[in-house]
Design a protein around this ligand. Structure first.
Ligand SMILES: Cc1cc2nc3c(=O)[nH]c(=O)nc-3n(C[C@H](O)[C@H](O)[C@H](O)COP(=O)(O)O)c2cc1C
Length: 221
């Protein structure tokens, strides 16, 4: 059954897996490469027409192990890792710079799928951040300059004023990449795929990287 019919059926019945839409995740079909499997699932989520399939929770922690989490957007992925962009002065950036380990969670609710990724994080190169920044709409590029992300604002007017100031500053010209803005790449050490199944007998396959090779284990739901 194609992913579109699965989604249509899940919307129709509302309860999905409890109503007979039992999509499985088996080792044979998952294959040996979790990035290839992620690519297939991500494509399924896009083809299903889900809103922001690239939205993911990013969890970070301070060196003292106090966690924090927020949504960010996945902008690219491949064998080297998962890339997102942000402000390098933000809270998440401070935590990542001090403790370069993070976790990502994707939830594609109507497909009854979750993907969890953990690994180490490093900044993308300036060239990579620049190439991505150029693809952003002008308003988003100006906003990147205007926002001291995670800093305290006196009121709403302050950010609107800062936006207007930056708009005027760059009027008629290019909006370059701010020095305090760019990407992070999370290199995965473990990737878990969760597929909802009937009676909560869900499938969970976790891939772990050791000495460059991926091994896979099935976890109890
Ligand atoms: C769906 C969604 C996508 C978001 N994507 C990003 C993003 O790609 N980069 C970013 O810096 N903030 C993004 N945000 C805002 C963050 O969730 C967060 O408010 C901001 O980055 C500040 O987080 P921090 O104070 O923990 O650093 C997004 C929010 C939502 C709801």
């Amino acid at each position: 059954m194609g992913i579109r019919s699965v989604v249509r059926a899940l919307f129709t019945v509302g309860k999905g897996v409890t109503a007979g839409m039992d999509v499985e995740l088996v080792e044979r079909e998952a294959g040996p490469d979790p990035l290839a499997l992620f690519d297939r699932w991500f494509r399924d989520a896009r083809e299903a027409g889900l809103y922001l399939p690239e939205a993911m929770t990013l969890a970070t922690a301070t060196p003292g192990a106090a966690p924090s989490a927020r949504m960010v957007l996945l902008k690219s992925f491949g064998p080297d890792g998962f890339v997102f962009y942000t402000n390098y002065d933000s809270r998440k950036a401070a935590e990542l710079d001090a403790n370069p380990h993070a976790a990502l969670v994707f939830h594609w609710a109507t497909l009854h799928r979750q993907v969890r990724v953990t690994g180490s994080v490093e900044r993308t190169t300036r060239e990579e951040s620049e190439a991505y920044f150029r693809t952003r709409p002008r308003g988003s590029r100006i906003a990147a300059w205007a926002s001291n992300q995670s800093g305290i604002l006196r009121d709403r007017e302050e950010i609107e004023r800062r936006f207007r100031e930056k708009e005027a500053e760059f009027a008629g010209g290019d909006v370059p990449l701010p020095p305090f803005w760019g990407g992070y790449r999370l290199t995965p050490e473990a990737i878990e795929f969760w597929q909802g199944r009937v009676n909560r007998t869900h499938d969970r396959l976790v891939f772990m990287r050791g000495a460059g090779e991926w091994t896979v284990k099935r976890l109890s739901p």
